[in-house]
Design a protein around this ligand. Structure first.
Ligand code: PLP
Length: 385
């Protein structure tokens, strides 16, 4: 039995909806299925205004434009995140100030953000790792105090909450991904949630190549033209049709993933209690969406040995992120601060296979092999420093 790390899940109606979009004869953007997806997010998650995008990366780029980030502005964000979180702001000329993770959680350490704020700071970008919320009350309070824009990189967060609010709907702007590795997917795709009215009009213009075409199609203006900066950020109806089929099944998808997540957690707890590795610690204010299941190994050598052992049993596990402050692109731009927790998760975090169709038998095999690695190979618990 070969167990892949990920397998994109088709919920049933994807191809049927694509055929319908083709049949209607409108396959460019902002048609019937785009509007259905927009309505879904407004109704399900109480987002005021949303726009589908080609990717979360595109939604982050739109956020940087909306926040008016220009050369020399400073933007605070975690080092332990995907490249796009930073790239979107670097494209506008921002100076990125990377923050460390917490010791026991990959999310940015909110208690350390204030010390990084200077008169040039314009925005904070938070990333909710594995759909587990950052402490948004504390972040929004800081933002109000220093007049900063908050952007939530909620790429991994469809269906996840902070207290009783949907992630992506709390900051000024929120961005989602529908890449095929996410819970809800469309191959490539994304969404921008616009949570403050002051950004609504401009967001639509940036989305439509810098024109007021969306307002024109609603009959609000009698011609449309070049109004502002913009790009081609809206996906075709083919993407929206695929996505809408997934959204209709999102409750089922997230429930099934929750079962898989809980099963990993319960079954691996005895090994964690023996000190072989740490399990995810979900903050009490976070209701996560079972996007990722991870272990935190004791060190890099242990993680590499475990990956190789599992690979020899045809079980494919992956790690991520290489800390952005040490990346080939950024290392010489970083201010030299040590970010030890970001480094720790880069070295020690391991993601187990996780997809809708992961069967109980597969999961039993994965858990059994992890147990075998630690117990039957007489694995010694290293002294954690
Ligand atoms: C997946 C991901 C992205 C990128 O999403 P795309 O839709 O592929 O652009 C950005 N940030 C985080 C945290 C992600 O997990």
């Amino acid at each position: 039995m070969n167990i892949p790390f990920n397998k994109p899940y088709l919920s049933g109606k994807e191809l049927y909806y694509i055929a319908r979009a083709v049949g209607v004869g409108h396959i460019s953007g902002n048609g019937y299925f785009t509007k259905q997806c927009h309505r879904f997010f407004r109704e399900q998650y109480a987002f005021k205004k949303v726009l589908l995008t080609n990717s979360c990366t595109a939604a982050l780029e739109m956020s940087a434009l909306l926040a008016n980030i220009t050369v020399g502005d400073e933007v605070i964000m975690p080092s332990y995140t995907f490249v796009s979180t930073a790239n979107a702001f670097v494209l506008r000329g921002a100076k990125i100030v990377f923050a460390d993770s917490m010791a026991m959680h990959p999310n940015m350490n909110v208690a350390r953000i204030e010390a990084l704020i200077t008169p040039k700071t314009k925005a904070i970008v938070v990333m909710h790792y594995a759909g587990m919320a950052c402490d948004m009350d504390a972040i929004m309070e800081l933002a109000a105090q220093y007049n900063l824009v908050v952007i939530e990189d909620a790429a991994q967060c469809v269906g996840a909450k902070y207290k009783d609010k949907a992630l992506g709907g709390i900051g000024h702007l929120g961005t989602f991904s529908f890449h095929e590795t996410k819970n809800i997917m469309a191959g490539e795709g994304g969404l921008l949630a616009i949570n403050r009215q002051e950004f609504e009009k401009r967001a639509e213009i940036i989305w439509e190549k810098g024109t007021n075409r969306a307002a024109f199609f609603r009959g609000e203006v009698d011609k449309y033209g070049w109004m502002d900066l913009g790009s081609s950020y809206l996906p075709s109806e083919l993407t929206a049709a695929f996505l809408y089929a997934q959204l209709e099944n999102s409750t089922d998808i997230n429930e099934q993933r929750q079962k898989i997540w809980n099963n990993y957690f319960t079954q691996l707890q005895p090994l964690a209690q023996q000190g072989f590795f740490d399990l995810p610690q979900v903050p009490k204010y976070a209701a996560h969406n079972a996007h990722i299941f991870y272990l935190v190994c004791k060190n890099l050598a242990q993680r590499s040995a475990l990956i190789n052992y599992l690979k020899s049993k045809k079980i494919h596990t992956v790690f991520h992120y290489l800390p952005l402050h040490q990346s080939p692109f950024f290392a010489n731009k970083h201010d030299g601060r040590n970010l030890p927790n970001s480094q720790k998760f880069a070295d020690c975090l391991l993601r187990l296979p996780f997809f809708y169709e992961l069967t109980e038998a597969m999961q039993a095999k994965i858990i059994g092999e992890i147990r075998a690695f630690f117990l039957m190979t007489n694995y010694q618990v290293p002294n954690s420093k």
